[in-house]
Ligand binder design. Structure first.
Ligand code: ZN
Length: 270
């Protein structure tokens, strides 16, 4: 039972946090989302959260989108135990992957879950959007979202352009029943937006120790040899950004010797 996995060079580390305890860093964001889940699940879906709009900021690849995805998944999950804030990972809603990974047309870029609770979500990557017509389409779709707590996540929101966001989204964020999350690496662009209706949520990186422990654990899972000094170098070169550490792991996995000191010293995140 305890046999170590064999290291197969090139095997990717497809790790993804499936519950809140597996999230690295992101402390203020996770605290906020867990508290919101406690409020929303505890009210058995009867309480309506007031229309709210948030700007979620933090470095690229820091895990903020995954936090929001977990939040949406839990609200759609068929597990009705209000004390369990993790998505079950097994129900119809949690396992529904329809529409993901496709690039056909505007709407297939959105991952929508629902089914179980009748709650719906829209996750749009604004960097893949075109002109005004695309934005109009998002707003039309957002207006029609169903469920007690429909959610719109707009990743890379600054890509839409501040003027256009301010002009086109102000009325929807005040009047539609959605909870809005504008995700960005440039929170300063959102000053004075929407007549200051945005509530700010920030992310934080994990500690060096947390990230180092995480890298070592992933190497062990892959059966990949690792050098303790190499781990520290990777932690420092990533600026403690988990997504970049994952990138380093996958590049190390391509070499037959794994995470060696030599690999770490020549690795850069760009
Ligand atoms: Zn579930």
């Amino acid at each position: 039972m305890n046999s170590k996995p064999t290291f197969v060079p090139g095997r990717k580390c497809s790790w993804k946090p499936r519950c809140w305890n597996m999230i690295l860093g992101n402390v203020p964001l996770v605290q906020f989302l867990k508290q919101s889940l406690t409020d929303l699940l505890g009210s058995a879906g009867e309480r309506n959260l007031e229309t709210a709009a948030y700007v979620v900021s933090g470095a690229s690849h820091s895990g903020k989108s995954r936090c929001l995805e977990l939040f949406c998944q839990r609200l759609a999950c068929r597990n009705r135990d209000p004390n369990n804030l993790d998505p079950c990972g097994k129900c119809l809603s949690c396992t529904n992957k329809e529409g993901q990974g496709s690039n056909e047309g505007l709407w297939s870029m959105m991952n929508e879950w629902g089914g179980g609770t009748g709650n719906s979500f829209m996750n749009v990557d604004a960097s893949e959007l075109g002109g005004r017509a695309d934005v109009t389409g998002i707003l039309e779709r957002a207006r029609d979202l169903d469920g007690p707590h429909p959610i719109v996540v707009l990743d890379e929101a600054h890509r839409i352009g501040m003027k256009k966001l301010d002009e086109m989204f102000l009325i929807p964020i005040m009047q539609y029943k959605c909870i809005w999350f504008f995700v960005t690496t440039y929170p300063e662009h959102f000053e004075q937006m929407f007549q200051n209706r945005l509530i700010r949520l920030q992310t934080t990186p994990p500690t060096e120790k947390e990230l180092a422990g995480w890298i070592a654990d992933r190497c062990d899972e892959l059966g990949m040899p690792w050098n303790p000094e190499a781990v520290i170098i990777i932690v420092q070169r990533t600026g403690r950004i988990p997504g970049l550490a994952l990138k380093a792991l996958n590049e190390a996995a391509l070499s037959k010797d794994g995470l060696t000191l030599e690999f770490a010293e020549s690795w850069s995140p760009n």
